[in-house]
Design a protein. Structure first.
Length: 455
């Protein structure tokens, strides 16, 4: 989840798969379900396919026990269908995002007292401090913006750092924290190679940025470094999300490998063409680690953003290559998928039972047909607060205090559970995966200090 769902603990949860507790939940929720059925129907798609999925979802609800009582009513059937619809949206890749802001005015020449500025509609993201981009023409062009100059009624005036070819004019745009747009050469001016990482699904495209030794007497030839960095983007993002870290890693002398993973827009698609929430994608990152080891690396550090952090944690505990991993750096990671999904359900004002039922559905064998995933997903296996004792690698955990997609709570609890391994740093005022945008100097300082201690 990235540019791209308040926090709860691992304890005190009701397991949707335990019938006794499920009956209590269902009885207590019955009145609310009846009152909310009209709102539920408005959330659901219409048509024969949607109706079939709703009926199947109701049967799954009864099988799991979470809807043992409620599934006897029309309200419960509607909630079951809504639960399935909600979870399908979470596991379905999104490669194109709609415009979400509007450019109201532009002063490219800086004729006013503030220099070059752009005025955009005001919301939480456009008011946040730091560096961002306005994606124009469906993401084909990007204008980089800097700090807030001032706020006006319903609008925000920000410094205009760069203007793309073709300029920028009032109209729709999309706000993004991915400041570096394009490949490493186009976006950063760093030489890179386009490589294919072999996997059973096919070749995964990846960028390889070789390390360079410090320039002496005009010499800036590549050097072979035996510790590589493998960078993993988040859900709904692209490899460009990782580029913010590449200049620092390059300066530290680490070659960088930035792979895509299954179901990305430019990567092989598995049969189900849905996310595994890290439960399947870690195999692609394992392939990237093997590629690095086959091409000169002796060890790697893994860096992941959002769902990329969940992927990295799976590799660190499930892959035979984990003994070649030196350290982990995670930015706004999904530490506990149950917490994220429950938060997303609340944000979307779904009935509490619908959110819990959706999570229960993920773990059922019927999830393949109902939700489109390649295999059932047990979110307990993806909860690193519960599994904290299994971690064996040093971990730098960076998280935005104002993260409204992946709440910070589980990251705090993981750090409290493993103070021997986890270095935790929160970033006030930052939103999801935008710690670097808000304070790039601090982000790079924290990452550099941690890596230098473990390289």
């Amino acid at each position: 989840m990235t540019d791209g769902a308040p926090s709860g603990g691992a304890s005190g949860r009701t397991s949707p798969g335990r019938p006794g507790e499920a009956v209590v939940v269902a009885v207590r929720s019955a009145a609310a379900l009846r009152r909310g059925v009209g709102a539920v129907r408005r959330h659901l798609p219409v048509g024969p396919v949607a109706r079939r999925r709703a009926r199947t979802a109701a049967r799954v609800a009864a099988w799991t026990g979470a809807g043992a009582v409620a599934a006897t009513s029309l309200s419960a059937a509607a909630v079951s269908g809504l639960a399935a619809f909600f979870v399908r949206r979470v596991v379905t890749p999104v490669h194109e995002r709609p415009d979400d802001v509007r450019v109201l005015a532009v002063d490219v020449d800086g004729t006013g007292p503030d220099g070059p500025v752009v005025t955009v509609t005001s919301d939480a993201q456009t008011r946040a401090r730091g560096r961002y981009v306005l994606l124009l023409d469906g993401g084909r062009r990007a204008a980089q913006v800097g700090d807030v100059v001032r706020e006006e009624r319903g609008a925000v005036v920000r410094r205009l750092v760069s203007v793309p070819d073709g300029g920028i004019a009032p109209g729709p745009a999309r706000w993004s924290g991915v400041v570096h747009v394009g490949d490493p050469t186009a976006a950063l001016g760093l030489p890179h190679e386009d490589v294919l990482v072999p996997t059973p699904l096919g070749g995964l495209p990846a960028w390889f940025v070789p390390a360079f030794r410090a320039r002496t007497a005009g010499d800036d030839e590549p050097t072979g470094a035996d510790v590589w960095a493998v960078l993993v983007h988040g859900r709904g993002a692209t490899r460009e999300e990782c580029l913010r870290a590449v200049p620092l890693l390059h300066h530290l002398g680490l070659p960088c490998l930035v792979p895509a993973y299954r179901n990305d827009a430019d990567a092989p698609v598995e049969a189900a063409s849905h996310y595994g929430l890290g439960d399947t994608e870690w195999l692609d990152v394992e392939a990237a680690v093997l590629h690095a080891l086959d091409h000169g690396a002796r060890e790697v550090v893994l860096i992941g953003w959002s769902m990329g952090g969940a992927i990295v944690l799976q590799l660190a505990t499930r892959s035979w290559t984990a003994d070649r991993v030196r350290a982990l750096v995670l930015d706004s990671p999904v530490v506990d998928w149950r917490d994220v999904l429950e938060h997303a359900a609340r944000q979307n004002r779904l009935p509490q039972l619908a959110g819990r039922l959706g999570i229960a559905m993920l773990a059922r064998p019927e999830a393949r047909a109902l939700l489109g995933v390649s295999a059932p997903i047990d979110v307990t296996r993806l909860d690193w607060v519960v599994r904290a004792d299994e971690l064996r690698l040093p971990l730098l955990l960076l998280h935005a205090q104002d993260d409204d997609v992946v709440p910070i709570g589980p990251s705090r609890r993981l750090a409290a559970a493993r103070p021997d391994l986890v270095v935790f740093r929160d970033f006030p005022g930052a939103q999801h995966t935008r710690e670097w945008n808000t304070d790039p100097d601090r982000w790079e300082r924290e990452v550099a200090r941690f890596l230098l201690e473990h390289l």
